[in-house]
Unconditional design. Sequence first.
Length: 569
Amino acid sequence: MKNKKRTIVLLTITLLLITFLYACSGNDSESSKNNNQENDESQPANNSQPALAEDQVLNLTSSADFTSLDPHHASDAPSFDALYQIRSGLVTLDENGEVVPDMAASLPKVSKDGTVYTFTLKDDIVWSNGDPVTAQNFVYAWRREVDPKTAGEYAFIYKSANIKNAAKIRDKNSDMYGKEKKIGIEAVNERKLKITLEKPTPYFLDLLTFPPFYPLNQEFVEKQGDKFAMEPENMLFNGPFKLKKWNHGVGWTFVNNEKYWNADEVKLEKVNYKVLKQQNTAANVYKSGSLDFLKLSSDYIQLFEDSGELHTGELTAEIHFIRLNQKHEALANEHIRDAIYNSLNREGLVDVLVKTGAEPARYVVPKDFAKGPDGKDFRSKNPSINKMSLEEAQKSWKKGLQQIGKEKVEIGLMIGDTDTNATIAEFYANQLEENLPGLTVTINRQPYKSHLELEGNRKYDMSKWGWLPDYRDPMTFLDLWVTDAPFNRTGYSNPEFDALIKKAKNLGHKPKKRWELLQKAEKILLEDAAIVPTHQAAAAYVKKPYVKHIIVRNYGPTVDWTYARVLKH
């Protein structure tokens, strides 16, 4: 029997959907740019630069604390967002989202066959304690990441990068297992670094902007032991900022790193973060003037519609989906998965509940994210995958129940502990229960860290989640789902899908063929209903008019304030 609260929510959502269907004839959103960078840099008539405020301080918020600031154990957006600011790699992203040198003096020399990258480091780069950043720092960090004893959260991405021997070092069946010194990186001298790939990798430079490829100071890390990255005093920094204070679960403070090679161009002196899990609290804090920027969930957009500070509508590359754990008897049945996949009103979801300009998604590789060798968007070939009518979905549901010998099924839906997650989860649960007779959905609300751990241990039935790209290529969304991949976490396994991904990874020198294989692989993944994509997110945020050059990116940090500045106000 459904509880009273669920019934009230269902009635409310139903009325909203009726209103939506009655009032709206379409959803013609503009296509997004690569970066949601501001275009409000108004200049005085005399063309002089706006005056900066005396105190260059930003006040921001996060809905969750860091899980880890060890770059080899971080796996979530808050942690990576911090690592992008306090650490630096060979290359980084400029304000337009283009890859540019950072610790490297220039972009690399690349061999004719596309497998050897040679970097020369800048002369004046140092850690926050004054030690030089050397080529050996990169060698140590990469070896530490792929070493099975480290159990690095993102060690798999070295295999995705096709770095020489990375796969074998991680393969227990290989005679090279655990021999991390065989990884394809070499310090030619203190300033020169040679990286060897097993095959050409079109997205390799994009990958190097990602924190798991950043350097580490071996002497410092080993001296810290188990305390490394646990507190600010247990860290060294080589990025534009340093972590000054970390009040676990409450907030943290970054300050300008005066030893960063480009410190003169970094205007911010301090960035304060508060952990505010509930959006209503964050909205009130913003309205009070204590926050300068705030990402908004749909419920709070209307509060700021007349403020002149609201920004919406630009698609991001974040895909939201529901993981389906095939350890559950019902979810192991493809007909039942198909029914769940096709029983959600995605259009109503984005227009009535999300309301940010998000797009309904029956795909996992986002729109306006990656273009193929023909210059066309990846989505142009298959704009929608595995689409069937509700009547067909209900037939599939009945067939699946017959095959598992059940008339009723109970399935849990795990979500994070925010109000927005709860609202959307109620929508999912109501849609599924209404459209699939005999199904009961139980919502299981978990703190962020517990949600991650339970997913990792496959102790869930369905799980609401999202994925941000690690680099600008469809592969970052697709090789997640190969058999036993670390973030698969569903038990999904299809040899044909695996073979296509493996073959595509060998076709860096044949971009047209590679593109075709990736599009085919995505189609197989979703026709199997391995996961249930629901929508592609769009940026929705409020920002004080005196704050300039905050960037909401397509990949990399979700919010990049490296270039931000505060004007007099």
